[in-house]
Write a protein that binds this ligand. Structure first.
Ligand code: SAM
Ligand code: SF4
Length: 331
């Protein structure tokens, strides 16, 4: 680290960066994108690999050690493994992760592991083909399962996390099948509560299936014990008592974990977001392209991070949903 650790005005050290490498996606998940897609960014508006690398280098010099590449769907960005390798080579980046819908994993798993990605989160909301189709608007369950199988062949990619968005009226039938999936395969399945980040703005509290309810259903059949929480972790992790795997629960709505949040986000067009639910953001691409020095960029970043939101206000009266959907933020 070359400069003082990046901290926010509430005393939280920032060490985790999520980088959206594209706003585009090959799926149309109901809770994220409209069926017709969104107006995509012009290619010129999207940060180049060199621009992303420069910003990550700067942030790594300020104490960011964990980087997650996401989108949109990161694997559809041309030559994405090359970008992963550029970021893996940055001094100070200790952990490099990707979040993907898995559609292209069968093709890319080997290249991504070779590039230095050491953690994989694969989004999979249903193990049942029709429900998968309804949720993603793509009949692609077999491809995603094939991608997971391919990834599982690489020990360097383990433990592999499988993330399922939990929605009331949809996910109940998936709970035990997913628990069995986690017990039989080298996958930690994590249920994520549905958040008001859908492009349609149709989220309502009634659609949230709380992690505690899911846990109870599993626990009644396959008893589990909680594992000690790692600092700044998003998930509560439970191990099956018979030792056959573990499950995670990401409960941002029913049990917010803002107190020790260490995360910031860079969107595909180069704006810095200090919270998933930020209403405002800081443009870094403009200054970057008009010749700003590292010191200028550092000042912009420090000023933005200092004002990082104390917590999100989902569920509070007056909550305002961000205009960007999850795909345009980088989940
Ligand atoms: N396309 C990749 C994927 O789906 O894994 C990466 C981007 S996606 C926006 C990142 C994560 O956000 C996925 O796990 C997705 O399920 C989750 N997500 C999207 N919209 C969400 C919402 N409204 N509430 C909770 N999670 C959401
Ligand atoms: Fe695409 Fe991921 Fe959003 Fe689904 S959740 S539409 S795969 S960006």
């Amino acid at each position: 680290m070359t400069s003082a650790q990046l901290v926010d005005g509430h005393g939280r050290a920032i060490s985790d960066l999520r980088v959206s490498v594209t706003d585009r996606c090959n799926f149309r998940c109901q809770y994220c994108m409209p069926a017709e897609g969104l107006p995509w960014l012009d290619r010129d508006s999207v940060l180049t690999f060199e621009e992303i690398t420069r910003l990550v280098e700067l942030l790594a010099s300020l104490g960011v050690s964990d980087v997650r590449l996401t989108g949109g769907e990161p694997l559809i960005r041309k030559d994405f493994p090359d970008l992963a390798a550029m970021i893996a080579a940055i001094p100070g980046v200790k952990d490099l992760a990707v979040t993907t819908n898995g559609f292209l994993l069968e093709r890319d798993a080997e290249a991504l592991v070779a590039a230095g990605i050491n953690r994989f989160n694969v989004s999979l909301d249903s193990l049942e083909r029709d429900r998968f189709y309804r949720l993603t608007r793509r009949d692609s369950l077999p491809q995603v399962l094939a991608g997971l199988d391919r990834l599982a062949e690489f020990p360097a990619a383990h433990p592999i996390k499988v993330n399922a968005v939990a929605m009331r009226g949809v996910t109940e039938a998936e709970i035990l099948p997913f628990a069995e999936f986690a017990r039989q395969r080298p996958f930690e399945v994590r249920f994520i509560e549905f958040m008001p980040l859908d492009a349609d703005h149709s989220w309502s509290p009634e659609q949230v299936l709380p992690g505690s309810e899911i846990r109870e259903v599993i626990n009644n059949v396959y008893p589990m014990t909680e594992v000690a929480r790692e600092p700044s972790a998003t998930a509560r992790v439970f191990r099956f008592n018979d030792g056959k795997g573990q499950m995670g629960f990401i409960n941002p709505v029913s049990e917010p974990f803002c107190d020790d949040c260490n995360r910031i986000r860079l969107t595909a067009e180069g704006t810095l977001r200090t919270c998933l639910f930020s209403i405002g953001e800081t443009d870094l691409r403009g200054p970057l392209r008009s010749g700003a020095s590292d010191a200028d960029l550092e000042q912009l970043i420090r000023d933005a991070v200092w004002k990082k939101e104390l917590k999100h206000h989902v569920g509070d009266p007056g909550f305002v949903q961000p205009s960007r959907s999850m795909s345009a933020i980088g989940g």
